[in-house]
Write a protein that binds this ligand. Structure first.
Ligand SMILES: Cc1cc2nc3c(=O)[nH]c(=O)nc-3n(C[C@H](O)[C@H](O)[C@H](O)COP(=O)(O)OP(=O)(O)OC[C@H]3O[C@@H](n4cnc5c(N)ncnc54)[C@H](O)[C@@H]3O)c2cc1C
Ligand code: FES
Length: 344
């Protein structure tokens, strides 16, 4: 599943974000991917035995000579700090095939709305670059929120596309613009993206909307869009970790199935609790009990949360992309279907 890649080029985008351009080590051509998809990196950090896997979106148009990953350095993040501080041009990385359900439906005439915050911009960049290369007639609304110019990724490129691409509507929102920032040069709107702005700027009824960013940003945007009458199936979203289902936010009826309750024993911590269907996964249940299991993606794509199932049965919802070792489960996307004991 993993192939050897070489880091061809590293470009600093701003104080905390770098882009990494990757090519196949054996010079083979790269497969085409759908704009919005991601790859998984597998790597060992210096002086550590443990293997880490992390997902990173392909941030450029498909069909180019390299994969571009655009990565934010998390102050306390294990892998992103390594990639920023240690990885050099010419180094090797193990990279999966591109995967993911969060992608543009191509060759369709519906307007596309790309709504992102912070480093959640990466899938939107890929979709935008694809549209300006291959579907120029399709209307695209690119709306991005960050604090200020210092942390705004790819501003120059976005402004250049805005100047040349007649079907692009670009709106950059800075919640705290610096004193030297110029409106309409460094940003378009001061403050957060609000419901009134979305209502005035977007073709609410016809659009396909893509959403990615910090959890709070996504929850706010989702609730604004739904309140404006945007249907659930018009909104696609992706969490970079830590997110839950946004559909539940707008559903006050509590649609989880509470009919089955099961005992769950966390053996290492000797905590026993009940699964009543009100949590989305065993990871959520463990956290609600005050445990702090390792996780990264929370969607079955990185294997960080792999845990031994000591007894009982579970099922996946959603199905994970990775395979587990024998008798292990990914707790981020598992639910019990009997009383269980897990090694946590
Ligand atoms: C589908 C998908 C696509 C993604 N695409 C991108 C992308 O294009 N670009 C990108 O930058 N990221 C992307 N991510 C996120 C990425 O996979 C990693 O989760 C991210 O780089 C952080 O990994 P890390 O190992 O550096 O942090 P981890 O070590 O996993 O830490 C995660 C977070 O917890 C915080 N943390 C760590 N230790 C502590 C502590 N002791 N106390 C408090 N907080 C702590 C860190 O600051 C960090 O914010 C994507 C994720 C998914 C699921
Ligand atoms: S946290 Fe990534 S597979 Fe569970």
């Amino acid at each position: 599943m993993f192939r050897d890649f070489v880091v061809d080029k590293i470009v600093r985008e701003n104080a905390s974000i770098k882009s990494f351009y990757l090519k196949r080590a054996n010079q083979e051509a790269l497969e085409r991917y759908l704009p919005g998809q991601y790859v998984t990196l597998k790597l060992k950090l210096a002086n550590q035995q443990k293997e880490y896997t992390r997902n990173y979106t392909l941030s450029d148009s498909p069909g180019l000579g390299s994969f571009r990953l655009t990565i934010k350095r998390e102050e306390r993040g294990e892998v992103s700090r390594y990639l920023h501080d240690e990885l050099k041009e010419g180094d090797c990385l193990e990279v999966s095939k591109p995967v993911g359900d969060f992608h543009l439906v191509m060759n369709n005439s519906r307007p596309v709305v790309l709504l992102s915050g912070g480093v959640g911009i990466t899938p939107m960049l890929s979709i935008l670059e694809y549209l300006v290369n291959y579907e120029q007639d399709r209307a695209v609304y690119f709306i991005h929120s960050s604090t200020s110019k210092t942390v705004q990724p790819m501003l120059k490129r976005l402004l250049a596309l805005d100047a040349t691409h007649k079907n692009l509507f670009l709106s950059i929102h800075h919640s705290q613009p610096a004193s030297d920032e110029q409106k309409n040069e460094d940003y378009h709107q001061e403050g957060r993206i609000d419901k009134a702005f979305l209502q005035s700027a977007l073709p609410i009824k016809e659009m396909d909307c893509f959403l990615c960013g910090p959890v709070g940003f996504m929850e706010d945007m989702y609730l604004h869009l739904r309140a404006l009458g945007v249907e659930e199936d018009q909104i696609s979203y992706e969490f970079f970790g830590g997110g839950k289902k946004l559909g539940n936010l707008a559903d006050s009826s509590g649609s989880n199935d509470n009919s089955n309750t099961f005992n769950v024993l966390f053996t290492k911590s000797n905590k026993e609790t009940q699964w009543d269907g009100s949590q989305l996964s065993l990871l959520d249940l463990a956290e609600a009990e005050g445990l702090t299991p390792d996780f990264s993606c929370r969607m079955g794509t990185c294997s960080t949360c792999e845990t031994s199932l000591l007894s009982g049965k579970t099922e996946y919802d959603p199905e994970p992309f990775m395979e587990t070792s024998e008798d292990k489960i990914f707790i981020c996307c598992s639910k019990p279907v009997s009383d269980i004991e897990i090694d946590l």
